[in-house]
Design a binder for this molecule. Structure first.
Ligand code: PMP
Length: 287
């Protein structure tokens, strides 16, 4: 099916959508993005994604070209035009196309940001079979840049990390810096030990996951004990449970780390419960 996508104010069939070869997103990875999940045709955690978009744009001094109402209207229009029941909406804002290649930022007065959005239909997203078996991860060195809190489209190393995991017969990679896990290639990393839920504290070292924030709220409401601090791969291997969070994976159990089974080697009860609570609360609050 040909998707309807959004490019700079127009809704177009995907094969008619065009962006300049001089776009700084294409030439310099000078762009930020967001991914919002859709469940039951409604947007999950949307205000959080919009707030982080603003934060990423501010950090790179890119003007937000649209109002919050406009962003919401475009998301809703794409859900409707593409009849998305379950899936994701990808949005990207680049610094724009100055019509040539130059390291200096173009004048924002004459170079408008490029805005692209498209849908990804994923029927069965919330009922993923992987959530019942859990995923297996390897660890790799975190060699990304120092501003991982900005959600840029510089995704080459995370992409390579996924391929390294695949080659090792696993599902994903956890990134390790100075002996501690920072996060997954496209998700935040968590362990549970002795009833305590542990995830790395916010800093420039990790993306400030919107799902992470929501799951922390769910855990607090369920009176679960939480500790925000770095943890090692050895700790993860000795943990009772492990899981990842992201907008499209929600809460996904991790059952193996570098070939060592975590806990029983099956999705743990706390991770499964958090997944349920998260999905239930977010479906209720979806817009
Ligand atoms: N960390 C990284 C590196 C990511 O790419 C993502 C997802 N884009 C996340 C964490 C999870 O963030 P969110 O829960 O907002 O999807």
């Amino acid at each position: 099916m040909t998707r309807t996508v959004y490019v700079n104010g127009d809704y177009l069939p995907e094969d008619e959508a065009k962006v300049s070869i001089f776009d700084r997103g294409f030439l310099m990875a000078d762009a930020v993005y967001e991914v919002t999940s859709v469940l039951g045709g409604k947007l999950i955690d949307f205000p959080g994604h919009l707030a982080r978009l603003q934060r990423s744009l501010d950090a790179l001094d890119i003007r937000n070209p649209l109002s919050e109402d406009d962003w919401l209207a475009i998301h809703r229009a794409l859900v409707e035009k593409n009849a998305i029941d379950e899936g994701m909406i990808y949005l990207q804002v680049s610094r724009g196309s100055p019509g040539d290649r130059d390291f200096s930022f173009p004048d924002p007065e004459t170079c408008a940001p490029t805005v692209v959005l498209f849908t990804q239909s994923k029927p069965g997203l919330a009922d993923s079979p992987q959530a019942k078996t859990g995923i297996r991860v390897i660890s790799i060195e975190d060699i990304r840049w120092g501003r991982r809190d900005i959600k840029t489209v510089q995704l080459l190393y995370p992409s390579m990390g996924k391929m390294m995991a695949k080659k090792a017969g696993c599902d994903d990679a956890w990134l390790v810096e100075d002996g501690a896990v920072t996060e997954g290639t496209s998700n935040n990393a968590w362990i549970i030990k002795g009833g305590k839920i542990i995830t790395r504290q916010l800093s420039n070292d990790i993306l400030h996951g919107i799902t992470r924030a929501s799951v922390l709220r769910c855990a607090a409401e369920a009176q679960m004990e939480v500790e925000e601090r770095p943890f090692t791969i050895a700790e993860a291997q000795e943990a009772d449970e492990a899981f990842i969070t992201s907008a499209s994976a929600f809460v996904m159990p991790v059952v193996e780390v570098d070939g060592v089974a975590v806990g029983s080697g099956k999705p743990g009860p706390v991770a499964m419960r958090l997944r349920e609570i998260y999905l239930e609360e977010k479906r209720k609050a979806a817009i």
